[in-house]
Design a protein around this ligand. Structure first.
Ligand SMILES: Cc1cc2nc3c(=O)[nH]c(=O)nc-3n(C[C@H](O)[C@H](O)[C@H](O)COP(=O)(O)OP(=O)(O)OC[C@H]3O[C@@H](n4cnc5c(N)ncnc54)[C@H](O)[C@@H]3O)c2cc1C
Length: 447
């Protein structure tokens, strides 16, 4: 078996194969490191960065046990402290539970919207309609609609709402304790990438190949092809690279119009290393949401609060990690981005002077968020089975393109469950039944 990509999905598949006693697999990874979007980097000044704010929480027993084993006691546990930046203040998340913290006119507008909520006579046709029907016009207009447009980089009326499950707190359920990530853990050292480095270290070294980008796939000969023209045969190909890129590399002309119709957004991650200590209002914050145009970022993470080892010297430094989304309908000027981010930090009171900045690290994730666009499921229902017929199994965040099952635990479990299906015939519940795996309660371990 050949596995493309050493992110959580590819490593999950490889780990499961090894766990079940199968030795005949090879993993090929384009980058110089494992972890994919969940990798970490240390900048020249010694600040550690993830590719955007990553936290660990899961309802899969298998994933939780594996995390315990991999890092043993080297986890830091946190209670979520999250806020929404509104009307020049940080309002605790979820916003709908803290309307009393808003200025009177805003609060009254939100309350009027809630009072006017009526049971809809038809199911919402898109995410915008779902937001209005769930939160009322007030909360929708002051936060939910502009925030979601900012984070997804597409208008909410172009998105479906079927992915939501427990990702957006509805009014009835919204308390400060709401949601699967109300408590989370983070590696003591090395950032989120440490998890994946440790999982990779368990695999036989000779079977994990870094800096080996697959540039083409010959589906007739069942071979992957590298830039130096070398080829490797596969009996089955587990692909965790973005689905659009897979279809292009395999030159599958009949699937190309379908995979090209899948939408995604890119994410710029800007890590700002800072001198001094966080101000009191940020001393316990984990992350904050930003809907307005006073800053380019939709989310800021106080990354030094996740682990003191994320900064070179915790007595003298702290750090903020910012995420900015981009899509064809929301372009980003790369040249001015860094200065716009620093201006935004000043405008939103996250820093008070430019001189606080010790270092800036940045990266751009071409494939950041798989967009739950309205036609997505119909496209996937054609593409994935057609690939399966060719013995190509495309899984993971961008392999299967389902945002609702694209966290690290979902991704790892997609790899695990695919291997179980190929070896023993059990169903791939994460891929096929997102609502089942995202329902409250623990998902028991597979045999
Ligand atoms: C901004 C952001 C925040 C997130 N926050 C969280 C969070 O808080 N909690 C959480 O659990 N998850 C979070 N995630 C999701 C997490 O990063 C993903 O679940 C996970 O990385 C997906 O794993 P994957 O293996 O499917 O894909 P990827 O991580 O994308 O891995 C795919 C791998 O394939 C490699 N590859 C690509 N093309 C080729 C090629 N041609 N040849 C060989 N190799 C190739 C890539 O280099 C990459 O290593 C977040 C993601 C983002 C972007």
């Amino acid at each position: 078996m050949v596995i493309l990509g050493a992110g959580p999905t590819g490593l999950g598949a490889a780990h499961r194969l090894a766990e079940r006693g199968h030795r005949r697999f090879e993993v090929y990874e384009a980058s110089d490191r494992v972890g994919g979007l969940a990798a970490s980097h240390t900048d020249e000044a010694g600040f550690v960065w993830d590719m955007g704010g990553h936290v660990q929480f899961s309802r899969y027993e298998y994933f939780r046990d594996l995390m315990d084993e991999l890092l043993e006691g080297q986890w830091l546990r946190h209670d979520r402290v999250a806020s929404v930046w509104m009307a020049g203040r940080l309002v605790p998340y979820p916003l709908q539970q803290h309307l009393h913290d808003l200025p009177t006119d805003m609060r009254e507008r939100c309350e009027r919207g809630l009072a006017n909520l009526e049971a809809p006579d038809s199911t919402p046709a898109n995410f915008r309609e779902w937001i209005l029907a769930t939160f009322g016009a007030g909360i929708a207009e002051i936060f939910m609609l502009p925030y979601n447009e900012k984070v997804w980089a597409y208008p909410p009326e172009q998105l479906s709402h079927h992915w939501i499950a427990d990702r957006v707190a509805p009014i009835a359920a919204a308390t400060v304790a709401w949601g699967p990530n109300r408590q989370f853990r983070f590696p003591e050292r090395g950032g989120t990438g440490e998890i994946w480095r440790r999982l990779a270290a368990r695999l036989p070294k000779s079977q994990l190949h870094l800096r080996r980008e697959v540039v083409a796939i010959d589906t007739r000969a069942q071979e992957v092809i590298f830039a130096d023209k070398q080829r490797r045969h596969y009996d089955r190909l587990v692909s965790t690279i973005p689905l659009d890129s897979l279809v292009t590399r395999a030159q599958l002309a009949s699937l190309k119009p379908l995979s090209d119709a899948l939408q995604y957004s890119s994410v710029h991650v800007i890590g700002v290393g800072l001198h001094g200590q966080p101000p009191p209002h940020l001393a316990k914050q984990c992350w904050m949401y930003f809907a307005g145009d006073d800053c380019p970022f939709y989310r800021a993470t106080v990354f030094s609060n996740y682990s003191p080892n994320n900064v070179p010297d915790p007595a003298r430094h702290w750090s903020l990690m910012l995420e900015v989304s981009e899509s064809p309908v929301k372009p980003v000027n790369q040249e001015t981005l860094e200065s716009c981010v620093i201006d935004g930090l000043l405008a939103t009171g996250l820093i008070t002077a430019r001189e606080q900045v010790a270092s800036v690290w940045r990266t751009r994730l071409e494939h950041g968020y798989p967009t739950p666009s309205i036609g997505r499921d119909a496209l996937l229902e054609q593409i994935l089975p057609a690939l399966d017929e060719l013995k190509i199994y495309s899984r993971g965040r961008f392999g299967a393109w389902k945002y609702e099952v694209s966290n690290q635990d979902h991704s790892l479990m997609q790899g695990v469950q695919l291997v179980d299906r190929l070896l023993g015939g059990s169903a791939e519940v994460t891929l096929h039944d997102p609502a089942v795996v995202n329902a409250p309660g623990l998902r028991p371990r597979p045999e």
